[in-house]
Design a protein around this ligand. Structure first.
Ligand code: PLP
Length: 687
């Protein structure tokens, strides 16, 4: 059978590429999935083909002892043994501390190099990930490295003023009402270091009114709109038309009001935000220059601002390509720090004003790396078998069917590309004719069958060829990609991918010493066709499918989705009511060992109550109807009791599918936070 041979995952790749060589090593996987390019030095593959995660310290300080490594698949196995099967969201909280140290190190270096007189602090905007574990990890790190918290809503502010230490800077941003301002003032009364940022002129009225009842004179910040436009997917939050910040006219009015109320002395901070994931460093420079001119002007007018808050915007290189594509960035962390410090000092020196302290509200760059979502593949479908050719009737007159038949009959191995394109046109025409009522269902089936057969002929030819047109191999690979169903929801876990096609690194976390011979598209378990991952990063470019290993039913096959710590959890929605994953928090114990804490994910009761269902009422209805079924003789009394027990137990079930859909997953423990032993298995990497 000429079509029985499985194609390579990437037909037409260069013979020298790792996909084509006989032996496959973990370092080939590392190259294929570009671990070193996007991983920020935090991930590597061990000799057994398993993915390891670094704590991160080694990168900041070469002389420090080698950082501990966590074995990701081993964590997943340990959690399964303790009753929490994948899907799992795994948080490596020490990575947050590492990223904060890296930010401080980069700014420290820039400040030293350019003789800058101010100091730097990172203020974490909690909207990027409000989970308690994340804020706690940041606060613990800030006690060592310095840092503060930023809140953009009432709920965030309440959490932040409660969690922050006295003295730690707290920025109160966003739209405000009387309660927000009162909360800020009362927090100041108990010793918190809150700065209220005036984002629009109405904020002042609220502040003045609250000050009549609470005798506190708060520190104030001014958020300005810059004319400099940003770039990237989130550029709408900047520029003269953005909904945030004061334009120059409003700034003048606000300053006048503050002067009238003797509050100019309280203006200590100037804030702007250049947008998130700013992928081109030129946009950062432009914003810094413009904002520093404003700072200098204000200073010369006697407004005692001593801090410039440069907002967020520091990007994460999700693809590792170091370019200006939306999921990448064309600069390093050090270049960002250098440019912020250099351009700020340049303008200050030109304007002959003192250097300010610097705050950055870097959210994405701080927390994106710390969490990994591990999703199990639960099935795969493949178009691997050769389709039997359906003969068309002798009296067939429909053009596309005749065309497809002719392509097969006159098959020419030297003209594959043209044949493939002709076949594509014919099948599209066949679909159109069917829609218009000119083709029967059997004719359509016959056309589809011949088209599949032609695709097999093309694919077979490509597998035997040395040189393959790359466009054709890509088209075919996508057409013939297998579908791997994974136990998660794209809507819930990767909202930025679903809405914006933002790329996240995805790769298997084990079997990495084995050649990935399939090309696959990953679908989720929601009942929507856009519940798929529609583009992947492989071999450095965005592709419609991802090289994966053959799925073996009954054996675990875990995929890791990386760099999801920023925004994805905060934006996730209720689609299909999948709710929260089991969360595994990996941290350090006091004696420096790793600790693993599992917080159980959502159960059916949680997600139903979240959308206002009364679970007792749902059960009552089921019981009542079951009783009527007994009365009508449709159900025995024994089945009634079994049904009732079953429905009751469903409410405490994990919302994601049970292991292998066989129903053999360990019982779900609703919302227990269980510390599960002193440390997960952890192996030192063989270097
Ligand atoms: N600060 C403000 C005011 C923001 O609106 C945002 C996000 O858009 C951030 C900080 C965080 O930005 P990033 O995650 O790019 O660091």
């Amino acid at each position: 059978r000429i079509f029985s041979r499985r194609p390579s995952a990437a037909p037409g790749m260069n013979k020298e590429s790792p996909m084509e060589r006989d032996a496959w090593t973990p370092s080939d996987s590392s190259q294929l999935y570009r671990v070193n390019q996007w991983g920020g030095g935090l991930f590597e593959i061990d000799g057994n083909g398993e993915l390891l995660v670094h704590r991160g310290k080694h990168i900041a300080d070469e002389s420090s002892p080698p950082s501990p490594l966590w074995n990701l698949p081993q964590i997943v196995r340990d959690c399964a043994q303790r009753g929490a099967s994948a899907p799992l969201l795994i948080r490596f909280t020490p990575i947050i501390s590492h990223r904060l140290a890296e930010l401080n190190r980069a700014f420290g270096q820039a400040i030293g190099e350019f003789g800058f007189n101010g100091h730097y602090q990172c203020v974490y905007p909690v909207k990027v990930n409000q989970h308690r574990e994340v804020i706690d990890a940041f606060v613990a790190a800030a006690r060592v490295h310095g840092g503060g918290l930023e809140a953009g809503s009432k709920a965030e502010l309440l959490a932040v003023v409660s969690i922050a230490d006295n003295g730690m800077p707290i920025l109160c941003n966003g739209f405000k009402d009387a309660t927000v301002i009162e909360m800020a003032l009362r927090a100041i009364q108990i010793g918190r270091n809150v700065t209220i940022i005036i984002e629009n002129p109405q904020d002042i009225d609220l502040i003045l009114r609250a000050m009549q009842n609470i005798p506190v004179r708060p520190q104030l910040g001014l958020r300005v709109k810059l004319a400099a436009r940003s770039a990237g997917r989130w550029q709408g939050s900047v520029g003269a038309k953005s909904k945030f910040g004061l334009n120059s006219r409003e700034l003048e009015t606000v300053l006048e009001t503050l002067r009238q109320h003797d509050l100019i002395e309280n203006c200590r901070l100037l804030h702007f935000h250049p947008g998130s994931q700013v992928n081109n460093i030129r946009n950062i420079k432009a914003c810094i220059i413009e904002a520093t001119r404003i700072y200098a002007n204000l200073l010369r007018r006697g407004i005692p601002i001593n801090t410039m808050d440069v907002g967020g915007g520091l990007a994460v290189d999700y693809t590792g390509n170091k370019n200006t594509a939306p999921s990448s960035m064309n600069y390093s962390l050090q270049e960002y720090a250098n440019d912020v410090v250099y351009y700020m000092s340049m303008v200050c020196d030109q304007e002959q004003v003192i250097h300010p302290n610097i705050i950055s509200e870097s959210g994405r760059a701080l927390v994106a790396h710390h969490s990994v979502l591990v999703v199990p593949v639960i099935s795969s479908t493949s178009l691997d078998d050769e389709p039997a050719i359906t003969r068309i009737n002798d009296n067939e007159t429909s053009l596309p069917l005749l065309e497809l038949r002719d392509i097969i009959q006159a098959w020419d191995d030297d003209n594959v590309q043209e044949s493939f394109h002709d076949a594509q046109q014919a099948i599209e025409m066949a679909y159109q004719l069917f829609i218009n009522g000119h083709l029967t269902l059997s004719q359509r089936a016959c056309a589809e069958n011949m088209f599949s057969h032609i695709c097999y002929l093309v694919r077979d030819k490509l597998n035997r060829s040395e040189l393959v047109p790359s466009g054709l191999s890509g088209e075919l690979r996508n057409l013939y990609a297998d579908t791997y169903l994974a136990n998660f929801s794209v809507f819930q876990s990767l909202p930025d991918h679903w809405a914006l096609e933002h790329l996240f690194p995805i790769m298997p976390i084990h079997r990495l010493d084995e050649r990935p011979t399939c090309s696959a598209v990953i679908g989720d378990i929601t009942c929507d066709s856009d519940g798929v991952i529609s583009c992947y990063l492989s071999g450095g470019v965005s592709n419609k499918s991802l090289p994966l290993h053959p799925y073996r039913a009954g054996e675990p096959y875990w995929l890791g989705i990386f760099l999801i710590g920023a925004y994805q959890e905060a934006l996730s929605d209720d689609h299909n009511l999948f709710g929260k994953f089991h969360v595994v928090t990996v941290g350090d114990t006091v004696d420096g060992q790793a600790s693993l804490t599992i917080t159980a994910g959502s159960n059916l009761r949680d997600v139903l109550e979240h959308v206002h269902h009364d679970c007792r009422e749902l059960l009552r209805q089921l019981d009542e109807d079951s009783r009527q079924a007994v009365d009508a003789g449709l159900l025995s009394s024994q089945s009634f009791a079994e049904n009732s027990r079953f429905f009751r137990s469903c409410f405490s079930d994990y919302t994601y599918l049970a292991d292998g859909r066989t129903g053999n997953s360990p019982p779900h423990q609703p919302h227990a936070t269980a510390s599960v032993g002193p440390r997960p298995a952890r192996r030192e990497v063989a270097k």
